[in-house]
Design a protein around this ligand. Sequence first.
Ligand code: G3I
Length: 315
Amino acid sequence: MLKLLILLTILGSIAAHLKDNANQIYIGTALSPSHFSDAQYQSIAAAEFNSLTPENEMKWDAVEPSQGNYNYGQADQLVQFAQQNGMKIRGHTLVWHSQVPGWVNGLSGDTLHQVMIDHITNEVTRYKGSIYAWDVVNEMFNEDGSYRQSIWYNNFQTQFVADAFTAAAAADPGAKLYINDYNIESINGKSTGLLNLVTQLKSQGVPIHGVGFQAHLAVGQIPSDLAANLQRFTALGLEVAITELDIKQNGQSQDAQAQAYTQVINACTSTSGCVGVTIWGFTDKYSWISSDNACPWDGNYQAKPAVSAIEQALK
Ligand code: G3I
């Protein structure tokens, strides 16, 4: 009897991985190979998740620090890790106002345009066939739904968006091409500005396939209209994904945080066309949010209640 109980416990713990329940949607995490010397980091990432997003390693400053000199070492490590562990890869990110190397910031006009196309073509071609989805354009809106002043918008207005997606599609026709942003989880000015842009891009025949909702959230502030908002976008024939989820504890209990994670996963699973949820780093040990315990695992790799809540919600 005791042996049977031990066996069942072992089997239970073997089965209790998030990805084993992620049949309807994928469950991903942002990763960085700079933490790969930490064995627990690697083993939990491989055991629990079936998708990864490079946290920084595919950004422009990491990949092309000077013109035409491409450095894919760290990005390659992540691609290899994903392939060894049966994980999808979300490529992040091609055109963004941030993490743009200094040499790009000095350019304008046709030269800048050509540099953008070259960068996209080189990076997307390198990983052709390996990347499930690319965040082609990242964070191009202000909070009121107007366009962010950036090197891209200031030079090309919104034309850079169509051109970036077209270049990415030419380099890897099999990849899903996304636009990605934060604070667009509820129905608000920013998400409506984005909705208007993607509606226009679709009507122009631009190859855009998905919208990424970053979802950097806090307990007590999970939008009640998240699913309704996602459905505004799937109604256009686009897929959607939660791409950078973390939930600050915000002075609340870990159980309240677990409930908040459940709410977000439920919004995705209840939306036909919501294909997956990616957590922006699974452990507080390396989270970009240093002080508010936003991840499902704590800084010592202990699972918080959020882990079993996510597991249940995925079922
Ligand atoms: O790699 C350098 C290192 O050489 C240097 O010694 C060190 C000193 O500060 O900086 C290191 O670069 C840092 C990099 O992360 C890698 O650790 C940058 O300073 C730091 O700004 C950068 O922060 C990242 C941030 O994006 C800016 O790119 C965060 O890790 C990353 O989590 C965060 O992710 C973003 C998404 O890409 C887009 N959405 C929001 C999200 C959170 O801000």
